[in-house]
Design a protein around this ligand. Structure first.
Ligand SMILES: Cc1cc2nc3c(=O)[nH]c(=O)nc-3n(C[C@H](O)[C@H](O)[C@H](O)COP(=O)(O)OP(=O)(O)OC[C@H]3O[C@@H](n4cnc5c(N)ncnc54)[C@H](O)[C@@H]3O)c2cc1C
Length: 433
């Protein structure tokens, strides 16, 4: 749905009202007052979303050109990482503290201006972003809002159903809820998970989650069972490695069922329905719905013909739908790069370099991107998939003979579990310092 001019002006009017009220207290703005933050004095980039993509884009633009003002708008005053949230669900990490970052160092070290606010609309025509704290104008806009859910494809799955059958696909309260449900479940219960058709955020994520829930059941509720209903015909990422890990560690606990697309939930009956027909009951149910680019990107007319994801120029990450707006992270279509935090980090850096180049009339540079996704199988064994990416004929493609998956015999699995911990520590440090 594209925002037309009239409805944009309506939202703009009401958001300005909120801004005036908000300015009186302005408690959530980390640096400066809301008024200082909103008044544009020089060249400005606004970044929407302070996650894996947005933090890095904001930081690198400031690192490359201090004369550009960067305003980062994020709805929360902190960010919780999805990577490693499956380990928390599996009882391996005791709380979400190691997965949580704050924004204060981006402000003090790099002069990024942080506004804690909800972005309610973007008007590409007037270069304006409407937030719950007021309106910001920009020269260029970087949008990294992550994903939202295609709830229209999952009958009965609304905000209330999410409190009963958590998705836990955005880390935070949902993640805590799923773990609490597993802890409260009687031994002998059945956990049911559903995974959507690709593409979705983190291709191996549902399979890592299945491993971590199985690990939890094996340790704490050995008479229980997990069923994964996967809409895809088969495991879409690191298939042989996951299957070997499941066979060796979780036989009798975990059952994988491919080509089982969940299209409906029955909250009262604690069941999910496959294609509206076969129903599968669970004591705990984890629904991972189909996804699309974050709502704000859809409303700004940034999505392509599929109405789900945002097409971009492979070099600059500038939207092919709206000028002067760049889209990175899960929301964009990045060719061969998967929707991962590591990809978002690579995309953010090349996007930042090109935003600075375009604002200074300099030549743009092509991406040299990298991605590694670790997935835990047990508490001390992990597997990985890696890739290196470049731009060829206007498309992001894998570099031939690069990347690959872990050895099939699991000979590196214990070492990779240690590497994975440092990966998380490093990438979160880069986002928050
Ligand atoms: C269970 C799980 C495990 C994963 N494991 C890995 C892994 O091991 N390795 C890996 O690389 N990736 C992993 N991922 C994928 C990774 O989390 C995402 O690919 C990554 O977060 C994408 O970054 P992003 O910037 O696009 O979105 P996000 O990191 O989600 O950031 C989006 C930000 O935008 C904010 N926002 C959205 N809309 C608005 C708005 N209207 N106003 C204000 N703020 C807004 C949100 O609050 C959020 O902070 C995993 C994902 C899941 C679910």
């Amino acid at each position: 749905m594209t925002l037309d001019r009239r409805s944009f002006i309506k939202i703009l009017g009401s958001a300005s009202g909120v801004a005036l009220a908000g300015c009186a207290g302005a408690p959530a703005v980390v640096s400066g007052s809301a008024n200082e933050m909103l008044a544009k004095t020089g060249r400005r980039v606004v970044v929407v979303g302070g996650g894996y993509g947005g933090t890095i884009a904001a930081k690198y633009i400031r690192m490359m050109d201090k004369s550009i003002e960067v305003v980062l708008v994020e709805r929360n005053d902190h960010f919780v990482s999805c990577p490693f949230s499956n380990l928390y669900i599996g009882g391996i990490i005791k709380d979400l503290t190691p997965l949580t970052i704050k924004y204060d160092k981006l402000v003090s070290n790099h002069g990024v201006k942080f506004v804690q606010a909800e972005v309610t609309a973007i008007d590409p025509a007037t270069h304006t972003v409407v937030t719950s704290k007021g309106t910001l104008t920009y020269d260029r806009l970087v949008v990294s809002p992550g994903v939202d859910f295609r709830l229209e494809e999952m009958k009965g799955y609304d905000d209330n159903a999410m409190q009963v059958m958590p998705h836990a696909w955005k880390a935070g309260p949902q993640t805590v809820l799923l773990r609490k449900q597993l802890e409260a479940m009687k031994d002998g219960g059945t956990v049911v998970m559903s995974a959507p058709l690709a593409p979705y955020r983190c291709p191996p994520g549902p399979y890592e989650r299945a491993s971590m829930i199985s690990h939890y059941l094996k340790q704490h509720k050995p008479k229980s069972k997990l069923i994964l209903l996967d809409a895809n015909p088969d495991v879409t990422s690191k298939g042989p490695l996951f299957k070997k890990g499941w066979k060796e560690n979780y036989a009798g606990i975990f059952e994988y069922r491919g080509a089982k697309k969940v299209t409906e939930v029955d909250v009262k009956g604690m069941a999910v329905l496959v294609e509206g027909l076969e129903d599968v009951k669970g004591s705990v149910i984890n629904v991972i719905p189909p996804q699309r680019a974050g709502r704000v990107a859809v409303a700004a007319g940034l999505v392509g013909d599929d109405k789900n994801w945002c097409p971009v120029n492979a070099t600059t990450f500038e939207s092919t739908k709206q000028k002067d707006i760049h889209v990175i992270g899960d929301a964009c279509i990045a060719g061969a790069m998967p929707k991962s935090g590591y990809s978002a980090n690579s995309e953010a850096k090349v996007c930042a370099a090109n935003v600075v180049a375009l604002m200074n009339g300099k030549e743009t540079v092509d991406l040299s991107g990298i991605n590694v996704c670790y997935s835990y199988i047990t508490d001390d064994q992990a597997i990985s998939v890696a890739g290196v990416y470049t731009v060829k004929d206007g498309k992001i493609v894998g570099v031939p003979n690069s990347g690959g998956v872990s050895p099939a015999d699991y000979s590196m699995a214990k070492t990779e579990a240690i590497y994975a911990h440092s990966w998380l520590k490093n990438i979160l440090a880069e986002m928050s310092t």
